[in-house]
Design a protein around this ligand. Structure first.
Ligand code: PLP
Length: 454
């Protein structure tokens, strides 16, 4: 069995005991008001660095480089600190054509090299219009929050600019890699085995399918694919990167068999067993079964033990996609802490008018719900047509993006109409941020009228 961890250093760091959040404001450094034509929100970046060019007069050679780097350090430090400032927006939204025009001076590729002043100014503009993914009101993706040790590590690695070829080329990083991977295996409970770092979940799944294929057909490495039909089984709520891996590795997307899920998002192991038996009877080789530890939308953990038993019985490789929920394997303490805050959101959603929880027994910190604006609440959810419900989330989302005060994602799931998914993963989150989330979503959506044909 392989277990892959598409877990970024950000997640690993969240597992440590230390709290790495910045105070929401740091004395004298942040939160200076300014206005521009589109917004009168506070903007941190314009305080220390008004929209004028930094003066580089009198700087040459090494002094110039060092002045540039120290200005950039200040800019980045201020940005990272500002991300925790709840009085700022998550995003200063502009439509693509507006932003392209506003940033045309940065986005144009100039025939001449940019000077240092201009580069700094471009960096400032870039940060100004970025989504603040570390902001406590950013819930859009699964990975939220900023980890200053992660930021420092990325900066250190970029400055060292080392190739990880050999010990000769990268002595410190080679030792570091060995120590960290050994420790991670130990935390999972494995005394031996091998591991490697991967830059994300999708590529980890690709490596996982590659391992399974190599175990099954090692000759493919030298002779190429021989045309035998191989299938992968994965739950219908698993991440699309499993199917993508099947496409890339020559297995074929039609050879991915989707196993049914229960309403809580977990794989139905009875269906798995039936499908494996059916494939066997048809003479089809099952290359691999994928178990998802923390599905992307509902955060469900597939029943690993039962799946492992079935795979053992049939001699099939079991791969675990731990990209989202695998971090919980590494820390009992953290699992408990996360449970507290996401359960809080689940409980608030459960009792609040207009909010309809999709799964009550949540495992990973995903809270999914449908939202009904005030005028829609005269009917029970069960009497509202799916095609109508489907349109509410995009309408709320459009308002949300323009306001820039909150970011939450929505999507359909299987046959279910669009639902909101909130991932509670930012270590700086407080309960009042979650209250803010529900209030703000309600403020934005409550005036959406009922459809004319309802
Ligand atoms: C369960 C699962 N697997 C894989 C991935 C892909 O991860 P990445 O975006 O890091 O490639 C995701 C991303 O959300 C995921 O939720």
């Amino acid at each position: 069995m392989t277990v892959e961890f598409g877990v970024s250093t950000r997640y690993l760091h969240m597992l440590s005991e230390r709290s790495l959040r910045f105070p929401s404001t740091t004395k004298g450094r942040v939160s200076h008001s300014y206005s521009d034509s589109n917004s009168n929100h506070k903007n941190i970046l314009s305080h220390h660095h008004p929209n004028t060019l930094t003066d580089f007069t009198g700087f040459h050679g090494k002094d110039m480089s060092s002045h540039f780097l120290s200005c950039l350090t200040e800019l980045l430090t201020t940005y990272v600190q500002s991300e925790g400032d709840r009085s700022t927006k998550v995003l200063d939204f502009h439509h693509p054509h507006q932003l392209a025009e506003m940033m045309s001076h940065c986005l144009e590729i100039h025939p001449e090299a940019r000077d240092m002043e201009q580069l700094l100014s471009d960096c400032r503009e870039t940060l100004k219009y970025c989504v603040k993914t570390g902001h406590p009101h950013f819930f859009n993706q699964l990975s939220t929050g900023v980890d200053i040790v992660g930021v420092a590590g990325a900066w250190l690695a970029a400055s060292a600019n080392t190739n990880m070829f050999t010990y000769e080329a990268a002595p410190v990083f080679t030792l570091m890699e060995e120590v960290v991977l050994t420790r991670m295996r130990k935390l999972i409970g494995w005394e031996d085995g091998e591991a490697m770092f991967a830059p994300g979940g999708a590529i980890s799944n690709l490596y996982g399918v590659l391992l399974a294929r190599h175990r099954h057909s090692p000759d493919v490495k030298t002779k190429g694919i021989n045309g035998a039909r191989l299938v992968i089984m994965t739950s219908e709520q698993s991440h699309f990167s499993i199917t993508r891996a099947a496409m890339i590795l020559g297995i074929g997307t039609t050879n991915v068999i989707y196993i049914k899920c229960h309403s809580n998002g977990k794989m139905d192991v009875k269906d798995l067993k039936d499908q494996i038996s059916k494939a066997r009877r048809a003479g089809i080789d099952v290359l691999m079964v994928n178990a998802t530890c923390g599905t992307t939308v509902l955060g469900a953990y597939d029943p690993l033990d039962d799946m492992a038993d079935i795979c053992q019985e049939f001699g099939i490789w079991l791969h675990c996609d731990c990209a989202w929920g695998g971090g919980a394997l590494l820390s009992r303490d953290y699992k408990h802490l996360v449970k507290g805050i996401h359960s809080y959101l689940r409980d608030r959603v459960k009792v609040r008018a207009g909010f309809h929880l999709i799964v009550e027994e949540i495992e990973a910190p995903n809270v999914c719900f449908w939202y009904l604006p005030t005028a829609w609440r005269t009917r029970p959810l069960s009497q509202i047509k799916d095609e109508h419900l489907h349109k509410i989330a995009p309408a709320v989302k459009a308002r949300m993006m323009e306001a820039g005060t909150l970011m939450v994602q929505y999507q359909p799931l299987g046959n279910m109409p669009n639902l909101f998914r909130v991932a509670v993963s930012n270590p700086a989150l407080t309960r009042s941020d979650l209250d803010f989330l529900l209030d703000e979503l309600d403020n934005m959506g409550n005036e959406i009228p009922v459809p004319s044909d309802w």
